[in-house]
Design a protein. Structure first.
Length: 499
């Protein structure tokens, strides 16, 4: 059986805690790998390696950092298929989806390659007689990232490339459900010339997480995951005087107005709801159909959903793979089986889906629920699976009010041909990311990703300008140099004169 160990100080370090976690192939249900689960002492070893590396990396030149990142970007590009294969083997998503994940992660590496312009300071000369003021940004020190199972390569790449480009050193705690991609990313960084200890990977469960949150040498923590855990990460790390960005869960809505292109809206709903088996925080899980178009839209979604081919991720003909674990598959199914009792019409029930030859895999088909009420479990909870809820609204205003009443505010979209309605929507909707005829409005790398309300804990969104600000802190320097012709003026206890 394959074993995944830690990556500390530029090399593989065997797990010493005696605790191991199973890693399953979701397509077969078989345990294929064991992953080391770190003790507090092993987490401390990773932080110690990062702290030691920071002594030189934190003062390294921007030219050195960007040179390494450019080489790293080239290696990632050359190994796209290898990274995607690791993702498919442990997460289950189809290969094309895994390749898309790698591509979106590469965007942030490319952003990090241009960090020289992001870290430029400001200078004001002659703010007073012979006085200049400058503003600079400096790294924090050792920072940590705790990442989810659904994007085992992309989300880590949303964090560590930017952090290390800013001069920090990094400890990554990836999901123990699909750990191999993280180690491979670290190995490629080392091959690109990243000094030992700048990037470390420590695997584990809550023991490792709590050790990072409590460690006095960790200055900041980035997290992506569910809302309950994001809230815990934020409160615990903040109580330990750390800077925190904790991205939580979502219930993303798509508002479809009567004037929308319904074929385009149905295509978008199917892609956004069922892509990556719905295991993504930007999935559309609720369609709000306005006025008379609801029945027609539901039928168009049903027609398309029934044609999606489900199968192993390494089968080129598969369009959707299995869910990550059997327990998660059963939890997702429970929302569908309980929907009718809570007033919904089950248009498609995917709970009985199996794949020939892979009967023990974590399979579930596409489910479509219509006439869903806002007080039902299927609507209130983040299901994180291929289940799409359709709600009805009589007017644009009613639809917006429904969406804004949700405790989540990650992403949302509107489908319409009306520019005035779209403009109102982007101003009135309470969410951090908005799409206009775009179902999954994930920003490009040089803009920042993050939600509102219970979808984000902390002040900073991830990557983009917010990411640079999160991984650095500002300093303002006021300078006065005496002119050779100046005579001593004596002590003055008043405020400096600016005029």
């Amino acid at each position: 059986m394959k074993t995944v160990n830690h990556w500390i100080g530029g090399k593989t370090v065997e797990g010493a805690s005696g605790n191991w976690g199973p890693v399953t192939d979701p397509a077969t249900g078989a345990v294929t790998t064991q992953v080391a689960l770190a003790s507090v002492e092993e987490v401390d070893a990773a932080v110690t390696a990062a702290r030691s590396a920071y002594a030189t990396w934190g003062t390294s030149s921007l030219a050195q950092r960007t040179g390494i990142l450019f080489r790293y970007r080239a290696l990632l590009d050359a190994h796209r298929d290898d990274i995607a294969a690791l993702i498919t083997a442990e997460h289950g998503k189809v290969h094309s989806d895994a390749l898309g994940e790698v591509a979106r992660g590469l965007e942030i590496v490319e952003l990090a390659c241009g960090i020289t312009t992001q870290l430029k300071g400001e200078l004001s000369t002659q703010v007073a007689s012979r006085v200049d003021v400058s503003s600079i940004r400096q790294p924090l020190g050792v920072v940590a990232g705790i990442t989810p199972f659904n994007f085992p390569a992309m989300v880590p790449m949303w964090m560590f490339p930017l952090a290390i480009a800013c001069g920090n050193t990094f400890v990554l705690k990836p999901s123990e459900k699909d750990p191999s991609a993280a180690n491979f990313l670290a190995e490629l960084a080392s091959e690109a010339g990243l000094p030992d200890g700048v990037l470390n990977v420590v695997h584990g469960d809550k023991v490792a997480v709590d050790a990072l949150l409590a460690h006095p040498d960790v200055s900041a923590v980035s997290f992506v995951g569910s809302t309950p855990i994001a809230r815990y990460i934020h409160s615990t790390a903040s109580a330990n005087h750390k800077r925190v960005q904790a991205l939580g869960g979502a219930k993303n809505h798509m508002l479809v107005l009567p004037d929308a292109d319904l074929d385009a809206a149905a295509d978008a709903a199917v892609s956004a709801a069922y892509g990556s088996a719905g295991e993504r925080c930007m999935a559309i899980s609720a369609v709000v159909a306005v006025s008379s178009i609801a029945d027609e839209l539901v039928e168009k979604i049903r027609e398309r959903a029934e044609k999606i081919k489900i199968g192993p991720g390494d089968d080129p003909t598969s369009e959707m793979g299995p869910l990550i674990t059997k327990a998660h598959r059963d939890k997702v199914a429970s929302y569908v089986t309980g929907a009718a009792a809570q007033g919904a019409k089950v248009v498609l029930d995917g709970t009985g889906h199996t794949v020939d030859g892979f009967e023990d895999g974590h399979w579930i088909g596409l489910s479509l629920l219509d006439h869903v009420s806002t007080d039902s479990d299927a609507y209130r909870d983040e299901i994180f699976g291929p289940v799409l809820c359709v709600l009805r609204a009589e007017t644009y205003e009613e639809g917006v009010a429904l969406i804004n009443a949700s405790p989540f505010g990650n992403g949302t979209a509107i489908f319409t041909r009306d520019g005035g309605a779209a403009r109102r929507f982007q101003l009135e909707i309470e969410a951090g990311m908005v799409g206009v005829n775009v179902p999954i409005p994930v920003p490009v790398g040089y803009h920042s990703f993050g939600g509102w309300k219970d979808s984000l804990f902390g002040d900073h969104h991830i990557y983009g300008n917010d990411g640079v600000h999160f991984y650095t802190r500002g300093k303002v320097v006021t300078t006065r140099w005496p002119d050779p012709s100046d005579a001593p003026t004596g002590v003055d206890l008043g405020f400096p004169r600016n005029h």
